[in-house]
Design a protein around this ligand. Sequence first.
Ligand code: ADP
Length: 290
Amino acid sequence: MNYIERFRVQPNTKVDLRKVDAGFTDTHESHKAALPEIEVHVQKLHDLQYLMYAEGKRSLLICLQGRDAAGKDGTINHVLGAMNPQGCPVTGFKVPSKEEAAHDFLWRYHKAAPAKGQVAIFNRSHYEDVLVVRVHDLVPKSVWSKRYAHINAFEKMLHDNGAHILKFYLHIDPEEQLKRFKQRIDDPTRHWKISDGDYAERPFWDAYTAAFEDALGKCSKSHAPWFIIPSNHKWFRNLAVSRIVTETLEALNMRFPEPTVDLAEIKDKYHAIVSEAGKTKKKRKKGKSK
Ligand code: ADP
């Protein structure tokens, strides 16, 4: 099954998240069974990001969105963490600072967009400005409703400048979210992850669903697609995301750049040094044995 086609939101569609099975695992029976395939994709991801960095012509922006405990951090940790941090900046977006709030809403995201050769990861993204902002009326509807067009224009501009864009909505159901909240309570090493916000947002589940559905439907474009990833099973989420990113990067047919030096000349120089070093070593040995 082609995962890009399977999970991509078609442009200009009305998304109904209630129809999407968050527990879907395709033909894979268990984490154990899927693990070898995940490992292959994660290794490929590492190699392809190295190639993108070396080529230095194009870039990739990966946006991760989802409800609290949907697995944004886990996806970065288990999948995208395979890439070399030198060419792979990760930016998390929280409540805007005073300075950020004083600018247009896209300002802070534009600053973190990938440079050529980079894979930039957004942990939350410019979509917060049509999600939490819309659900909690942080700005009037007349303001947030224009943002879908602003976002589409922004992403098109990034794309025209050489950026490829993949946006993942990590889809969990309310029961799975509660299960994960409990795991956080039961595991002292996860206590730091618990926030009042998690519980404060629960009553707004349906309002978030409507906001996600609009964002996914209005802003999935062929050059900047949204993917709805069934994420109740963390391992399936990892499999799907790693496969989609890998397949996207493979399709770019990237090439290592031509060397900037005359390789034949460099090889001659190398062999001359090796032969000189060999002679010096011999002389040293002779000197010691006298
Ligand atoms: P995490 O991303 O790990 O959940 P936090 O628990 O600190 O980190 O949550 C970040 C919070 O910032 C979220 O509640 C999110 O909705 C909020 N946030 C992000 N962007 C914006 C924004 N543009 N306006 C208002 N709140 C935002």
